[in-house]
Design a protein around this ligand. Structure first.
Ligand SMILES: Cc1cc2nc3c(=O)[nH]c(=O)nc-3n(C[C@H](O)[C@H](O)[C@H](O)COP(=O)(O)OP(=O)(O)OC[C@H]3O[C@@H](n4cnc5c(N)ncnc54)[C@H](O)[C@@H]3O)c2cc1C
Length: 565
């Protein structure tokens, strides 16, 4: 029986007790999309599962991606057909069945500048791309546009040299919200999920790994979690966890930094996303509510994994690449948010010399270096479900009992079931709960059918129905819900990941930090002093982000797991 998957921050003590006293079948290290997916895969096979995350769910790469659920048009050019095929099938499954409330189709305009050669080349790629879809077809096929047609959809484009365009479809997601929802769905299937819990050592019985030593980052307390198998889903931290375990894995993770800028929607006049070719890769304009996300870059990185920072050169590179096609150039003052993420790319240990990171495959690798330990890295956000399936298969392979195969293809994420019947009821819900229609639409797009739980909070306290920050759609009730159902422990969890005000607001959400601390403090019983300290902690973090020098190539810190704080 599936529960409601609430991750109630007030129950953290009980979670720690369960972790320290129960014996699990599978312990997952890392609460990014791969770890959350792995917890869900294992829990929905009937296994006893625990997941520990050193910071907050999705605080690593899984909140810093381009937020596309896509096959990856550019991987076709690299002949990575298997990856594209699998990713497109995953995209369609997510849009149509597993997470229609979170993963939504989005169109991309691909402007063409070389009259004769480009259209047949790109057109053939898109025919192949569309033909790799499954039978569900939840997103439309591509179309050819004339230059006039392209300018109609995207008046922002400069007409100079524009020969026409292609329009094709992929899908997009709020990556942090999706990761959280996967973790909650795992919890609904009995997984125990704990955050701000860093693995600092692995437990062994003879050769076999039998669990992990975990440090509670809130109290400094150490606890031991026992499990029949431990699965490392630590993204760019994977090599460090392998070192902790004292094992030699068959691959290393190479970090590649990708930067995005966020600009107001009004700065670029277009009713569709856009994709441009750049010298090294591609640049996306991705519609994001009242904003555009524009990026990305792809550069080798060996600095602080926990806080990769964008340099001015990264930002200038994106602006220059965007301005090659725009009639009105974007300027530095248009940029209201910037974020950097690290791709955990897998580098096989072949000794054939380093490839540029743009050329490294995005396929994933699973390893079982010693009994009781499996690890996975690489892959893409889009293929997290397949990654989870493969690593759980590897982790349970030597169990002395039959473990059922993966069933996640048939397990919709929380909020998906019954969505079709709720969408037409927006008007009624708005009346019943006394909130604007737009607020209900906003909630449905973030929580699906669980929106009713947020609306119930408004029913109990009408003040929670008010917007959290002027000019942004989030309601104050969403902060309370983040504590009671989404495991938010600190102000940054709410402003950076449960909502995205950190990247969507010119002040990174600083003006509402105290309000968020007050709303969180009520259910969590924070004193006035604690609320002030939590507010200060967030403001310091914003300040540090602004002033931290960007260093991409200092020697990687050895086992500095404190970096994961
Ligand atoms: C710029 C950029 C753009 C991207 N765009 C896309 C895209 O559009 N579409 C797509 O499909 N993919 C995209 N990707 C790839 C995708 O985002 C990643 O493949 C995916 O998010 C990786 O998830 P993960 O769970 O493996 O790693 P992470 O999200 O980094 O999770 C690893 C977690 O492990 C935790 N951890 C580490 N050490 C420990 C420890 N000792 N104890 C406990 N926890 C620990 C970390 O805190 C972290 O939260 C992009 C990546 C980047 C960088």
């Amino acid at each position: 029986m599936a529960g409601n998957g609430a991750l109630d921050a007030r129950d953290r003590g009980a979670v720690l007790t369960r972790l320290a006293t129960e014996r699990f079948d599978v312990l997952v290290i890392g609460g990014g999309v791969t770890g959350a997916g792995t917890a869900l895969d294992a829990a929905s096979r009937g296994l006893r599962v625990a997941l520990v995350e050193a910071r907050d769910l999705a605080s690593g790469t899984s909140s810093r991606s381009s937020k596309l659920i896509h096959g990856g048009l550019r991987y076709l050019e690299q002949f990575d057909f298997k990856l594209v095929y699998e990713a497109l099938r995953e995209r369609d499954l997510l849009v149509s069945k597993l997470a229609p409330h979170l993963v939504k189709p989005v169109s991309f305009l691909y402007p063409l500048y070389k009259k004769v050669v480009e259209r047949p080349y790109v057109g053939a790629g898109l025919v192949l791309y569309d033909s790799m879809e499954g039978t569900r077809r939840p997103v439309p096929r591509h179309r050819h546009l004339s230059a006039r047609g392209a300018l109609k959809r995207a008046p922002a484009l400069s007409p100079d040299r524009l020969a026409g365009a292609m329009l094709y479809y992929d899908a997009q997601v709020d990556d942090a919200r999706h990761t959280l929802t996967v973790a909650r769905t795992a919890a609904a299937h009995s997984a125990v999920i704990g955050t701000r819990l860093s693995v600092v050592g692995l437990l062994r019985s003879a050769e076999r790994v039998t669990g992990a030593r975990v440090r509670d980052e809130e109290s400094g307390r150490i606890l031991e979690v026992s499990a029949e198998a431990v699965v490392i889903c630590a993204g760019v931290w994977t090599d460090l966890v392998h070192e902790l375990a004292g094992v030699q894995a068959g691959y290393k993770v190479r970090m590649s930094k990708g930067v995005h800028i966020v600009v107001p929607r009004a700065a670029v006049d277009a009713d569709t996303g856009m994709i441009l070719r750049t010298e090294k890769s591609v640049l996306f304009f991705i519609p994001w509510g009242e904003h555009w996300i524009v990026g990305t870059t792809d550069t080798d990185f060996a600095g602080d994994r926990a806080e990769p920072v964008a340099t001015e050169e990264d930002i200038e590179y994106i602006l220059a690449a965007a301005n090659r096609v725009l009639a009105r150039p974007l300027i530095r003052a248009d940029v209201i948010g910037v974020y950097a993420g690290l791709r955990p790319l897998v580098e096989p240990q072949t000794g054939n010399g380093a490839k540029p990171t743009t050329k490294l495959s995005r396929e994933h690798v699973v390893d079982t270096p010693v009994p009781g330990l499996a690890s996975i890295a690489g892959g893409k956000f889009t293929t997290y479900r397949l990654m989870a399936r493969d690593v759980v298969d590897a982790a349970v392979a030597d169990f002395d009992r039959e473990v059922p195969g993966s069933v996640t293809e048939q397990v919709p994420l929380l909020g998906a079931d019954g969505l079709a019947a709720v969408q037409p009821a927006v008007g009624r819900l708005a009346e019943d709960y006394g909130v604007p229609r737009a607020a209900v639409e906003h909630l449905l797009g973030r929580y699906g059918t669980l929106a009713a739980e947020v609306l119930e909070l408004v029913k109990g306290d009408a003040a929670l129905g008010r917007p959290l920050a002027p000019g942004h759609p989030y309601l104050r009730a969403e902060v309370a819900y983040a504590v009671s159902h989404e495991g938010a422990l600190h102000v940054e969890d709410v402003l950076m990941r449960r909502t995205r005000l950190f990247i969507e607001s010119a002040d990174s959400g600083a003006a509402v930090a105290a309000e968020v601390a007050a709303l969180m403090g009520r259910p969590l019983g924070w004193s006035r002093r604690r609320r002030a300290a939590e507010t200060r902690r967030y403001l310091d973090l914003v300040e540090a982000e602004r002033t931290r020098p960007a260093v991409d190539s200092v020697p990687a810190p050895g086992l500095a797991l404190a970096a994961a704080r």
